[in-house]
Design a protein around this ligand. Structure first.
Ligand SMILES: C[S@@+](CC[C@H](N)C(=O)[O-])C[C@H]1O[C@@H](n2cnc3c(N)ncnc32)[C@H](O)[C@@H]1O
Length: 246
């Protein structure tokens, strides 16, 4: 787990028309993020350097975007269609997208470049780390569309949507925020249902633990692929403290 007490300096500057963001660990080893045209952060394969016990200061989204607009986070952006659609149509929203897979990350960058109002940051990085670095109660919405199902039983432990991660998202969520998840995978859906039920701080914002359709939901590449083949499960979770007030 990340210990936030140790110092990490996080700074940004412009050089030769480019904006750079640097994060420097207390031990002096530098983690470097590059913004290109202010649009995205490209992390070197830093996860290889992040040993257990590594520690960081929280990221300040207002400093990154230069405003306090509502923040939305998409995990596993794939080719970037979903984030490009939403951020492109909502200039007053800030969007951060995470993707670990280099090749499609660059497709997403190209797509987002075309539509960004300066309100998108894409990071080629494991969301599990960066969600931890966000300030508590800072996120208006998390989206996880078709997370990797890791279908082999010996790999299911690699699935992203474990109860601890749901609780982490909840901690980062504003009181009126929502966590939205879509999957087509029956066994992962069963696990997600169980894990959300076990997440003490969350409850379904829907009439049931999940639904199979949400009107007007942007259909990503995987949605189009899988909805045609079978059932899609949608989850929309809110903080339990909102019970009765929504
Ligand atoms: C099945 S694809 C779905 C892509 C897209 N959301 C869609 O609906 O078309 C899942 C994506 O999540 C990415 N991913 C998996 N774990 C991740 C993590 N911890 N952080 C960021 N991205 C991740 C994978 O590389 C992959 O591109």
């Amino acid at each position: 787990m990340i210990d936030n007490n140790e110092e990490l300096i996080y700074r940004s500057y412009r050089q030769g028309g480019k904006r750079y963001e640097h994060a420097v660990k207390a031990d002096g080893r530098e983690l470097r993020f590059e913004f290109e045209d202010g649009l995205y952060m490209l992390a070197n394969p830093l996860w290889a350097q992040l040993e257990p016990g590594a520690s960081f200061q929280p990221i300040n989204p207002e400093a990154i975007f230069g405003n306090a607009n509502p923040l939305f986070v998409e995990i596993g952006i794939g080719n970037g269609e979903f984030i490009a659609h939403h951020a492109g149509n909502e200039p007053q929203q800030n969007w951060v997208g995470f993707e670990v897979f280099h090749k499609i990350f660059h497709k997403a960058v190209a797509r987002c470049h075309k539509v960004s109002h300066g309100n998108i940051r894409l990071m080629q990085f494991d969301a599990e780390l960066f969600v931890r670095l966000l300030p508590d109660k800072s996120v208006s919405g998390f989206y996880v569309n078709f997370p990797d199902p890791w279908p082999k039983s010996k790999h299911t432990k690699r699935r992203l949507l474990k109860t601890w991660f749901m609780e982490l998202m909840s901690q980062k969520l504003r009181d009126d925020g929502l966590i939205t998840v879509a999957t087509d995978h029956d066994d992962y859906a069963r696990e997600i249902t169980e894990n959300f039920a076990a997440a003490q701080s969350l409850e379904s914002a829907l009439a049931a633990p999940f639904v199979n359709e949400i009107g007007d939901y942007y259909q990503t590449k995987y949605y189009r692929k899988f909805a045609a083949q079978g059932t899609v499960y949608f989850y929309q979770m809110r903080k339990k403290s909102l019970r009765g007030s929504a």
